[in-house]
Design a protein. Structure first.
Length: 183
């Protein structure tokens, strides 16, 4: 009679647990929500347009005065289905940065949050069948940011407005974990 090899069972259980954990983490990752911002029945994609916002630094606060259906201040990471036409989009910016500080022979980081001082209103024209990516650029040294809209269908820049001011707020440091460099 053949004896079971416990090493093979251990390897199988390890692989199974790794696969389950990977699947769980993939299911928990934030996904892009889709909202249809028109009242009629679902239309084909060649009769509508889309606005994509990944929500990392720039957030959509409203579209033509319409707030997020979830009741939040911003839409977050979204894909908005819209009808062709002119749109007024209100956006804001929020980012994070850190600065390495040298104090005698020690180094540590100071952390900052950068928020737009005011919401920014932009106007864009949506064409049928087109997808627009709403992003931003920033310059933390000068405390400014720009709104950028790219038409991904035509691979062209539609809009770049700014610079707009940022409010720099110190949120903390890791001074307690100073690292010593040098002799």
């Amino acid at each position: 009679m053949q004896r079971s090899n416990y090493k093979n069972i251990h390897r199988f259980v390890s692989i199974l647990l790794t696969m389950l954990l990977t699947g769980f983490l993939a299911a928990c990752s934030p996904s892009m929500l889709t909202y249809r911002l028109y009242q009629s029945t679902q239309k084909p994609s060649d009769e509508t347009a889309q606005i994509l916002c990944k929500g990392k630094r720039i957030q959509i606060n409203s579209v033509n005065g319409m707030k997020s259906p979830d009741g939040k201040d911003t839409f977050g990471s979204v894909k908005l289905e819209i009808l062709p036409g002119d749109y007024h989009v209100t956006v804001s910016f929020s980012g994070k940065s850190s600065t390495l500080v040298h104090a005698s022979m020690y180094y540590y980081y100071i952390f900052y949050r950068h928020d737009s001082l005011n919401n920014v209103d932009i106007t864009m024209k949506a064409e049928p069948g087109h997808t627009y990516l709403l992003t931003s650029t920033h310059d933390y040294e000068n405390s400014t940011w720009h709104v950028v809209v790219r038409d991904q269908t035509d691979n062209r820049l539609v809009l770049k407005e700014g610079p707009f001011p940022l409010n720099k707020i110190r949120t903390g440091d890791d001074q307690a974990q100073m690292r010593r460099y040098g002799p």
